[in-house]
Design a protein around this ligand. Structure first.
Ligand code: ZN
Length: 292
């Protein structure tokens, strides 16, 4: 049904023009998000002016972004930050909290950083009656990234260490999924200096990459959990040397208080401003893979 409606909207492109068709697709997606998340109203979603990307989920849902570009008449940004939520579709708060931070940025974007924000990387996982962690192919997107020796490690880990837990299924091969391919394309084209990925419900901050992560964001304290074959932390943080800050909110289904949401944000911005630009990037190693 979604596929048919998306195709209809695409054919509308020819009739009503690109921007109107894009607005219609974003509006449809905002209706679905607001229908699922009590913390995100339809008008709030629409007010963020999300944009389409070339990212399309298994079930043809658009992966939307909001960009806060450099304000070059004011200052040169000190770095590019890729902020993502909802890579696991049953971690509702990880999506909602990003909508709150986008609202803050809509009022206070100063050009200090160049932000690209994807509040919901796994729309198929979230936007169904029974939301689940994995994408529509049953793949844990956070085990599907092209870490070295993926073929030898990710499947073996899944079989031997998780007992074939379906919630941890890494997929038939690295980047087998359109959502993970999209994220790697984003990393390769946007070239973030830092990636911030929001999850729940472990109630900590995790970090992978060069230098040290933030000791504390709001009431969440740094707790290095290590990485898994195929995870974003191992792929981007360890392998590509792009700092990956993983924010694990305390509850998947309960939002932090507004004060805590703000405190996490303020601590994150403070850490970013003190730690960007990162000088130890392995740039020459980052663009040698064609994810398509
Ligand atoms: Zn997660």
């Amino acid at each position: 049904m979604i596929l048919r409606s998306q195709m209809l909207l695409v054919s509308m492109l020819l009739l009503i023009g690109e921007s109107a068709a894009e607005t219609a697709i974003v509006e449809q997606e905002c209706r679905r998000i607001a229908g699922k998340l009590a913390s995100v109203a339809f008008t709030e979603c629409m007010d963020r002016n999300l944009q389409l990307t070339d990212g399309i989920s298994v079930k043809d849902a658009p992966i939307l972004i909001k960009e806060y570009p450099p304000l070059l008449d004011q200052r040169q940004p000190v770095g590019r930050v890729l902020l993502i939520g909802g890579i696991h579709g049953d971690e509702y708060s990880s999506v909602s909290v990003i909508f709150k931070w986008m609202r803050t940025l809509d009022s206070y974007h100063s050009g200090l950083f160049h932000w690209r924000i994807a509040p919901l990387v796994n729309p198929d996982g979230l936007l169904q009656d029974d939301s689940h962690r994995n994408n529509a192919n049953g793949v844990d997107l956070n085990r599907n990234f092209p870490t070295r020796n993926w073929e030898d490690e990710a499947q073996v880990y899944w079989i031997n260490k998780t007992g074939r837990n379906p919630r941890r299924y890494p997929g038939p091969g690295p980047l087998s999924e359109p959502e993970s391919r999209w994220l790697v394309r984003e990393i390769n084209t946007f070239k973030p200096d830092v990636i911030v990925s929001v999850h729940a419900p472990h109630g900590i901050v995790d970090y992978d990459g060069p230098q040290d992560g933030p000791y504390k964001l709001g009431r969440l304290y740094l707790n290095l959990l290590g990485t898994y074959p195929g995870s974003l932390g191992r792929y981007a943080g360890v392998q590509e040397q792009i700092p990956v800050v993983t924010i694990e909110l305390p509850y998947a289904g309960i939002m932090p208080t507004p004060a805590e949401i703000n405190n996490i944000w303020l601590d994150l911005v403070k850490w970013l401003s003190q730690n960007l630009p990162v000088s130890t990037m392995a740039d020459e190693n980052r663009y040698d893979m064609d994810p398509s």
